[in-house]
Design a protein around this ligand. Structure first.
Ligand code: PLP
Length: 391
């Protein structure tokens, strides 16, 4: 117990089968068809000399462990851990570092990660250099004697910029650095960073993995036992674990990950093509478009393009009018759900970033981010068409 013990049977399955048959999917005692929700904080010692496999839910719980084994299997790692949120997983990974250490992080990082690094971790004496991670020279020149970790996120949010994962991971390994990657946009169905040399894969499982806008959760997968044990000790010490009910909901959502991602991506492609042909759209960002910068790199390290399409309607005024005119998508923060979600980075995820810095990165006042849901794409397009005609 306590470590991820998927049998060879599960390791040999292809991805879609692993989503349903990961070893813990059937209750060993009753044969129940889903993992039982062990809604218990503690466990009875039947024999004081032989403590139970689980003794306290912060340190381990069978429901959470089933999820942790599943994500480790899906990412091809040695150990998975489930956290209370994506930020709980990401911030815990940085707790591997010590005062005086230095981090190299992509400048296109998720806003919450940026805030954690620049307002919390820096107070602990751990400094970060933010670089354009699409440029390997810039990554290499950020190296300091105290550098200990490199943090990647690809495709990035919201302009879908691509980092060459094998190249950064290989360089980091030469330098003895730990590599971390936020894989929330791709999920292990489309991208498995451990196969490209990354040490710790992080997820906001709130997004595509759970997929229904009803769970907040985070996951971490470590490539080796040693990092797995260190992360487990950090999680047990910090106590930021995922609850049993949410662990179960997340596993329930993950069963349909492949089917959902296939549907999302098919529609995202259609939407990106449709937007690209319009004269009233200033720019479209989608890794599946032929002229997307970094597309070839993305194709080498991923099996899909995902469901996020960002586009620029030219001005803040037009963007706001569009947000008020659409009827199909949720207008909200977040992404990765069965329903379409339209976000406005300038006023939502990137509101804290100075306007000039935002604009320099393509995050203009006219930029919108569309997380394409599972509605019929004809309805998504008809809705955007009517909204664009009004603005
Ligand atoms: C949402 C998100 C996070 C943060 O996850 P929470 O579950 O909200 O804590 C981290 N990274 C990316 C890419 C995200 O989209």
């Amino acid at each position: 117990m306590g470590n991820n013990s998927n049998s060879n049977r599960e390791q040999d399955y292809s991805f879609g089968t692993k989503l349903l048959h990961f070893g813990g999917e059937i209750d060993k005692v009753t044969g129940a068809s889903s993992v039982p929700i062990y809604q218990a904080s503690t466990f009875h010692h039947f024999d004081i000399d032989h403590p139970p496999a689980f003794d306290y839910t912060r340190s381990g719980n069978p429901t959470r462990e089933a999820l942790e084994e599943q994500i480790a299997l899906l990412e091809g790692g040695k150990r998975g851990l489930a956290f209370a949120s994506g930020m709980a997983a990401i911030s815990s990974a940085f707790m591997i570092l010590s005062t005086g250490d230095h981090v190299i992080c992509t400048e296109d990082v998720y806003g919450g990660t940026y805030r954690f690094l620049s307002t919390i971790l820096n107070r602990m004496g751990i400094a970060t250099t933010f670089v354009d991670m699409t440029n390997l020279d810039e990554v290499e020149s950020a190296l300091q004697p105290s550098t200990k970790a490199v943090f990647m996120e690809t495709p990035s949010n919201p302009t879908l910029r691509i980092t060459d994962v094998p190249a950064v991971a290989a360089w980091a390994k030469e330098q003895g650095l730990i590599t971390m990657l936020d894989n929330s946009f791709m999920t292990p169905y489309y991208q498995r960073p451990i196969e490209h040399g990354v040490d710790i894969v992080l997820h906001s499982a709130t997004k595509f993995l759970s997929g229904h806008s009803d769970v907040l959760a985070g996951l971490a997968v470590m490539a080796n036992e040693e990092l797995g044990n260190r992360m487990k000790a950090i999680q047990n010490g910090m106590g930021n674990v995922l609850g049993m009910m949410d662990s179960w909901l997340l596993m329930r959502g993950m069963k349909t990950l492949k089917a959902r991602m296939d549907g999302h991506e098919q529609s995202a492609h259609v939407l990106a093509d449709w937007l690209s042909q319009r004269s009233d759209i200033a720019a479209v960002y989608y890794p599946g478009l032929p002229d997307h910068p970094g597309r070839q790199i993305h194709e080498r390290q991923s099996q899909g393009y995902g469901a996020i399409v960002s586009f620029d309607v030219g001005s803040g005024e037009r963007a706001k009018k569009l947000l008020n005119a659409v009827r199909v998508p949720l207008v909200a923060v977040s992404l990765g759900a069965v329903e379409s979600i339209l976000s406005y980075p300038a006023m939502m995820s990137h509101a804290a970033m100075p306007r000039e810095v935002r604009s320099a990165r393509g995050i203009t006042d006219g930029l919108l981010r569309f997380s394409v849901g599972l509605e019929d794409v004809s309805d998504i397009i008809a809705d955007l068409d009517q909204a664009l005609k009004q603005i």
